[in-house]
Design a protein. Sequence first.
Length: 324
Amino acid sequence: MVSVTRSVFGELPSGAGTVEKFRLQSDLLRVDIISWGCTITALEVKDRQGRASDVVLGFAELAGYLQKQPYFGAVVGRVANRIAKGTFTLDGKEYKLAINNGPNSLHGGLRGFDKVLWTPQVLPNGVQFSRVSPDGEEDYPGELKVWVTYTLDGGELVVNYRAQASQTTPVNLTNHSYFNLAGQGSPNIYDHEVTIEADAFLPVDETLIPTGNSSGCFPAAASLPAFLTSIDLNVVWLIPRVHHAGSGRVLEVYTTQPGVQFYTGNFLDGTLKGKSGAIYPKHSGFCLETQNWPDAINQPHFPPVLLRPGEEYDHTTWFRFSVA
Ligand code: BGC
């Protein structure tokens, strides 16, 4: 049994609209999602004693999400991750995107899908957000209709992404939640054990663009400090599992996507004021961003990233919580 409640989260400046919050609750999970960026603002998960804690980083108020911040909880698009030098060629035409991360384009550009208001629709067990990304938005080709659907099923949060294009365009959608299974606001994630049954990971250059090769030697299971210098790379064909022994909480991620960006919050620096007075220092949260491989538009041997008119982009990710 899932309940869905709807409330006002905040008003955008200059009368640009009302951001609503949708609370989805099952016996095991409670998740809050707002219509700004389809952003997960809170996710309460029980520990082995049945005590619930909020396990995602974020802000109590809308202003937190409108400031410069690293995509807390948001849906990222039209193309998540990096496109080398913000450039690609499609049907003989060269496209130049805004450069917003070193020499590259990151997470959809200056005003990506995380920085727009979506249209919500309540479902019996969740909420669906939709929007039309206009032709030329952030310099991407063609109009793109997008639907992001969050549903709860017991201990599982399911996110489905669908899109249809009027012109051939790259599409790569993900959710950028930062988790800390000890409870958000805990100082780091060093007491989490991460198991990744991956075929390979994608080595990157100094600007975090895949070199085009893949490497099979990702550690199969490790306590984070054992291999944590700072991780920010894409692992491919896998089921990540994260266990926090102190609380017993376990997160497993299943997906139809070909890869997952495993990011350990290396660029968090303790300057953001989060929920309940949290400050989010380096390594205080981790992301498991299910997605296509970075820079796939420029690396033809990577999984296909182009969506053509008449086709449908349709991907699903399951965040499964349990205790052990
Ligand atoms: C990237 C990081 C980036 C972070 C926040 C992640 O998806 O892999 O390099 O710093 O997003 O922008």
